[in-house]
Design a protein around this ligand. Structure first.
Ligand SMILES: NC(=O)c1ccc[n+]([C@@H]2O[C@H](COP(=O)([O-])OP(=O)(O)OC[C@H]3O[C@@H](n4cnc5c(N)ncnc54)[C@H](O)[C@@H]3O)[C@@H](O)[C@H]2O)c1
Length: 280
């Protein structure tokens, strides 16, 4: 080992991930992993200039081999204390199969593989989405299968193979994130670690900006204005929640999924935003 520090692994080095890493990574070694090396490099420049110790690596979370190489890279520096997964693709960015491979399958594999190596006292946070809270109730069997199926079988589930719409693919993927976190909380708990999901509403980042300029932009703007908060969120607000979950104050929280959406989901089901049910 080079210097045996605690290691924070951030997958997906966009602004939500960076906000979390800044809050939990001081004094540790932070691994910035991203499909796009240039994204990891530009995040590295910002964080190094702010005093953090960084290394970067290219990873594709839809490949188990790539995830295993990431773990090997991280372990050179010490024990893995934190996993932050903020990698993902949105319904306006990618086709159905890419969304399912990255957001559903890849995230499940990431939780599984890091759950085998996470340090005692460690914790993980998976950035899911309010979208996962917009699916109607799934059957108990569908829920169980999404939560517990062996990762290599997830994309072959009948009701997953039947998805043809990118928004549905994203919603199922994000619902699956919360369920996998519940399922894996046992394994993480046995190692003295916790794993939780955070489901943000609209947070202003490049990904959200793609949505705000994509085919669903009118709906997005209207939804923001009519939401209880009346505004979009910021990466720093998500960072604060994640930092709490990963701190000593969050040790009793494991296998949970936290909405942070300014009340949008509450309004979608029971308030002013119920009109969206016809389109989402
Ligand atoms: N921004 C929002 O409003 C919002 C709302 C709810 C949920 N989210 C979720 O937050 C997460 C981060 O989003 P963001 O807004 O910071 O977006 P972003 O585009 O800034 O960051 C996502 C990063 O993931 C990387 N990535 C994509 N596919 C990958 C793969 N296969 N392997 C590794 N890295 C990959 C991208 O290169 C990018 O750097 C996503 O999972 C997204 O679904 C975002």
């Amino acid at each position: 080992m080079k210097n045996s520090k605690d290691v924070v692994v951030l997958v997906g080095s966009g602004s939500i991930g960076q906000a979390i890493a800044r809050r939990v990574g001081a004094g540790d070694h932070i691994v910035l992993a991203d499909l796009r090396q240039e994204a990891a490099d530009s995040a590295a420049k910002i964080l190094e200039d702010a005093g953090f110790e960084i290394s970067t690596i290219t990873v594709d979370i839809s490949s188990r081999d790539s995830i295993l190489k990431l773990i090997e890279h991280a372990q050179q520096f010490g024990q893995i204390k934190n996993l932050i997964n903020a990698a993902g693709v949105s319904p306006s960015q990618a086709p159905v199969n890419a969304i399912l491979k990255v957001d559903l399958y890849g995230t499940a594999v990431l939780i599984e593989e890091f759950g085998k190596v996470i340090a005692d006292g460690g914790s993980g946070v998976i950035i899911s989405s309010q979208s996962g809270h917009r699916l109607g109730t799934l059957s108990e069997e569908e829920n169980y299968k999404l939560a517990t199926s062996p990762t290599e079988e997830l994309l072959n589930l009948d009701f997953i193979k039947a998805i043809t719409d990118t928004l549905k693919a994203y919603q199922y993927s994000k619902r699956c994130n919360g369920l996998r976190v519940m399922y894996e909380a046992t394994a993480w708990g046995k190692r003295g670690a916790t794993i939780n999901a955070i489901s943000p509403g609209i947070i202003i980042t490049p990904l959200a900006n793609d949505e705000l300029h994509g085919p669903r932009k009118d709906g997005y703007l209207k939804m923001i204005e009519a939401s209880p908060a009346g505004r979009a969120g910021t990466p720093d607000e998500v960072g604060d929640l994640a930092a709490f979950l990963m701190s000593s104050h969050g040790r009793f929280i494991n296998g949970a999924d936290f909405l942070i959406d300014g009340g949008t989901t509450a309004s979608y089901w029971f308030g002013d935003l119920q009109y969206l049910k016809a389109t989402h």
